[in-house]
Design a protein around this ligand. Structure first.
Ligand code: DAH
Length: 428
């Protein structure tokens, strides 16, 4: 996924999602009931749009669309994202993401005799404090911006990483744990980027007697244990692969590393990790401890392990996709079914100062949903008057059927309209 961790503040509307209410919710269960208060015409405003999920339930409190998607400058969550909330691909044993999660569980269960506590049902709606402050993300870090993160209001976000749960679990006394969940980021459109994906976070805390017995200092002891653990995990998933460690930076760890493996003639970044910042442990009441932490992106690994060529496929209900995977079967290679032809549409406009590619991509996804395969900047120049023009090529393709010219033209006109009205750019 793109960046490891990659604002406006108005009135905070009281809702079911008040921060106090949120804090006490630890589980997030999609409700099968359809007791939604909004009309079906609202739900299906566009015929090609995925139907928006019904009401979600958080520990007995119902959360409707209006609590997550609001016409308010402090909110930037579109319907297309609300429709993904509560889908929990990582909890489906027959889905590549669930199969991979279970394979990682298996590694930890056998290597550490079931000592790791596992969480895969923590609510993805978290406070800004949990998502950023608690893991020491600096106030001016780019990942906090409305351009990168989905805000429900100025104090509440859709978690952009599973690290958002580190502090609360440490505070509750957990010392060995894995957190798996859906995470949300505003991002570009191509075969490896999707605004919802899945991560697994791992944390292990050590007591003084553990490193003292080794004669090593606490940090080196934790770093060595971390590397051994993750090299073992990579071998468990990929077999006897070549690996290398790269120094990295994360606000929550020091030192920080990335693990890369050599797979199909390329170095592939597998995860980020490091020795947890002492401040995080101190705030959780663990002054004399040291800990390691890691975070890995499940889609990225699953694409490689199952040979899945496009990240949108994970969301497909097409039987030709879903029927290829079974519980416990990590090695299966996906056999692509017939690919329908893409259709390309170009669009040029003069950008303004506030233009961002993520905002453009949000519009394209809002209009075309998963029919949008790629949005690519193909031309970029500044004229003598200092005006900058961008030309984007949008690739539309369905993985399930042929699209008609008429349908694509309608999508493209709709995108053009919205780009003009919402982004205030001048079409050329
Ligand atoms: N939260 C990071 C991300 O989303 C991944 C990560 C890196 C998690 C290092 C960790 C860590 O726990 O120690 O990119």
């Amino acid at each position: 996924m793109a960046v490891p961790l990659a604002q406006t503040t108005l009135l905070f509307r009281t809702s079911l999602l008040s921060r106090n209410a949120l804090r006490s919710f630890t589980t997030c269960i999609p409700s099968s009931s359809s007791s939604s208060s909004y009309s079906s015409s609202e739900l299906h405003r566009k015929k090609w749009r995925q139907p928006v999920a019904s009401v979600l339930e958080f520990g007995g409190v119902k959360i409707g669309r209006e609590d997550v998607v609001r016409d308010d400058p402090t909110n930037n969550v579109p319907d297309s994202i609300f429709s993904r909330l509560g889908m929990q691909l990582h909890r489906r044993d027959q889905h590549p993401i669930g199969i991979l999660k279970n394979a990682i569980y298996e590694y930890f269960d056998t290597s550490y005799s079931n000592t790791f506590d596992k969480f895969d049902n923590l609510c993805p709606i978290v406070s800004v404090k949990q998502n950023f402050d608690d893991v020491l993300v600096p106030a001016d870090h780019v990942s906090r911006s409305y351009n990168d993160t989905y805000y429900i209001d100025s104090q509440t976000v859709l978690r952009c990483h599973t690290s958002a749960h580190q502090a609360e679990l440490l505070r509750k006394g957990h010392t060995h744990f894995l957190v798996t969940g859906d995470v949300y980021r505003r991002d570009s459109i191509d075969s490896t980027h999707y605004p919802v994906f899945h991560q697994m976070e791992g944390v292990r805390v050590f007591q003084p007697d553990e490193w003292e017995a080794s004669g090593m200092d606490a940090t080196s002891y934790a770093a060595e244990d971390l590397k051994k653990c993750l090299e073992g995990l990579a071998r468990h998933l990929f077999g006897a692969v070549e690996m290398r460690w790269i120094d990295a930076y994360f606000p929550f760890t020091n030192p920080s590393f990335e693990l890369e493996i050599y797979f199909k003639e390329k170095w592939l970044e597998v995860l980020g990790c490091g020795v947890m910042e002492q401040e995080i442990l101190k705030r959780a009441g663990r002054v004399n401890n040291v800990a390691w932490a890691f975070g890995l992106g499940l889609e990225r690994l699953a694409m490689v392990l199952f040979d899945i060529p496009d990240i949108r496929l994970f969301w497909s209900n097409d039987e030709r996709f879903t029927s290829q995977f079974s519980k416990g079967q990590l090695g299966i290679k996906f056999k692509p079914f017939s690919k329908y032809p893409p259709c390309y549409k170009d669009m040029s406009f003069w950008i303004n100062e506030s233009f961002t590619e993520n905002n453009l991509c949000e519009i394209v996804r809002g209009v075309a949903g998963d029919l949008a395969e790629e949005v690519l900047l193909i031309d970029n120049f500044t004229n003598k008057k200092g005006m900058t023009s961008h030309c984007y090529r949008i690739a539309y393709r369905s993985m399930e059927r042929s699209l008609t010219d008429e349908e694509i033209n309608e999508l493209q006109w709709n995108v053009r309209d919205q780009v003009q009205s919402k982004l205030n750019v001048v079409l050329r």
